[in-house]
Design a protein around this ligand. Structure first.
Ligand code: PMP
Length: 475
């Protein structure tokens, strides 16, 4: 069970937050990868473990990108997909609907009774966010307010890599190359809710929330209140700053501003939703002040990695607007509501319910948090001085680092990702997006059925990796 030799630190650079074109790019591959190096090849997976082409095994502590929520190789899901292939593999959604997709949509409405009335399926998270943008726009077309053409989202957000979703995103390194072709006319940004970095000294949570709500209100005024389609936010920020929940009362306050001006309140739960935060299916039901959005996107955990699926949930308000207007969505793709995809997703949802994985995930999350705090913040650990914050919820945990005046030859997050890989552990770690390159973070998001022993192993390798880097570069 050793890590593959291919993962030498010199080759590894963090995947997403690389500000400069990577110099170590190896072109000996037929696939144009998202990594600046040729990643090793996975051949099989069971639970949290991948077996690679060279026979070595590695443990995945982040479910790919918070995708794998019930582990790999689940027999119930495998069987459901096989059965569906036998029955009906494809029908085009403008011509025919299908049973698994209809059942999945009904089930998704049951997760938050009364909050949502209809569902539109997509093939992933970015597609879901594109659909959100177009649905929100269509809603105001149907309700005779076509002058509403502006979206307000947040700096340091990530909503996807397609051009609409990237225009919405406020993440400098992902936008950088494409800035010139992004939409700067309809997409506007306000501050994130990121208390450990941006709450002023002496400011209470309440005052901080008031300040952010005032900033949103000012942005509505600046753009013209009746020109705004909606405000969009990740309930818990994932891939840009690492599992950052908002202060209590934040979402209630932001929704109130949207309501005041008749705009839509929109949540992106592509990463933080579908049970990832434990206890409830939607993150907003626990960490979003229990304020239901007018429109919501989900993906990742919806298919648990077995199938490529995303979805848009719409409230009775939005549903009614469309129903009483044209009556259908002016948007879609060839593979939406795909029968095999829907059957696989339905089976994942069945496993979550039958195995009581929301409760188990919540319990495992409490244990993961306690182990992270006990080890990383232990005064005797050489890592402790560099751990700036541990935050998250459920099985979605971010560890932010702060090196002070010290420097590492590459961003600490990039080095950490490479270091854990060397030791046979997959995590997501990234260079920081804050001023001066600060805010490096690591993310852990194991499946909801992760065991205590697995958590112990993950935390052990993770802490050793951080300590190795501290020894190598910082002390
Ligand atoms: N929104 C959020 C909040 C995400 O975290 C992601 C993916 N990390 C996306 C949208 C895009 O999803 P996908 O990669 O499936 O297109």
């Amino acid at each position: 069970s050793t890590a593959p030799a291919i993962l030498e630190a010199k080759k590894a650079v963090a995947t997403n937050a690389v500000a400069e074109p990577p110099s170590a790019y190896e072109k000996d591959t037929a696939i144009l990868h998202r990594t600046p190096f040729q990643p090793p090849t996975a051949v099989s997976a069971e639970g949290l473990y991948f077996t690679l082409a060279d026979g070595s095994r590695i443990i995945d502590a982040v479910g790919g990108a918070a995708v794998t929520c019930i582990g790999n190789g689940n027999p119930v899901v495998k069987q459901a997909i096989k059965d569906q292939v036998e029955k009906l593999s494809y029908c085009y959604n403008t011509q025919l609907s299908n049973e698994p997709a209809e059942q999945l949509a009904k089930l998704m409405l049951e997760y938050a009774p009364g909050a949502f009335e209809q569902v539109a399926f997509t093939s992933g998270g970015s597609e879901a966010m594109e659909a959100v943008i177009k649905l929100a726009c269509q809603y105001f077309h149907e309700t005779k307010q076509p002058q509403r053409t502006n979206f307000i989202s947040r700096q340091l957000s990530y909503h996807g890599n397609t051009l609409g979703a990237l225009s919405l995103s406020g993440h400098p390194s992902r936008r950088k190359v494409y800035e010139g072709i992004l939409n700067h006319t309809s997409f506007h940004h306000v501050s994130p809710a990121y208390a450990v970095r941006f709450k002023k000294e002496g400011e209470t949570d309440e005052q901080y929330v008031d300040r952010l709500a005032k900033e949103l209100d000012d942005k509505f005024q600046e753009l013209g209140p009746d020109t705004v389609i909606g405000f969009v936010a990740e309930t818990v920020v994932g891939a840009t700053t690492g599992c950052v929940p908002a202060p209590k009362g934040y979402f209630r306050a932001m929704k109130a501003v949207c309501d005041k001006y008749g705009a839509l309140f929109i949540l992106d739960e592509v990463m933080s939703g579908m049970g990832r935060m434990g206890t409830t299916m939607h993150a907003w039901q626990t960490l979003g002040d229990n304020v239901a959005p007018d429109i919501q996107a989900v993906a990742k955990g919806l298919g648990g990695g077995y199938v490529s699926i995303g979805a848009v949930l719409m409230s009775p308000r939005v549903s009614k607007g469309i129903r009483e207007g044209s009556g259908y969505f002016f948007h879609g793709h060839t593979y939406q509501a795909h029968p095999i995809t829907a059957a696989g997703s339905l089976a994942v949802q069945k496993v979550i319910k039958d195995d009581d994985l929301l409760a188990k995930g919540a319990e495992a999350g409490v244990y993961l948090e306690s182990r992270l705090r006990a080890t990383l913040l232990d005064k005797s650990s050489i890592a402790a001085p560099y751990v700036f914050d541990i935050r998250g919820g459920g099985l979605f945990w971010g560890i932010e680092f702060e090196l002070g005046e010290k420097q590492t030859p590459k961003p600490f997050g990039a080095l950490l990702q490479a270091k854990t890989m060397e030791k046979g552990l997959i995590i997501i770690a990234m260079a920081g997006s804050l001023e001066g390159g600060k805010g490096d973070f690591a993310m852990l998001a194991p499946p909801y059925n992760v065991t205590k022993e697995e958590i112990d192993m993950i935390v052990k390798i993770f802490v050793e990796s951080v300590e190795d880097l501290v020894k190598e570069y910082l002390v």
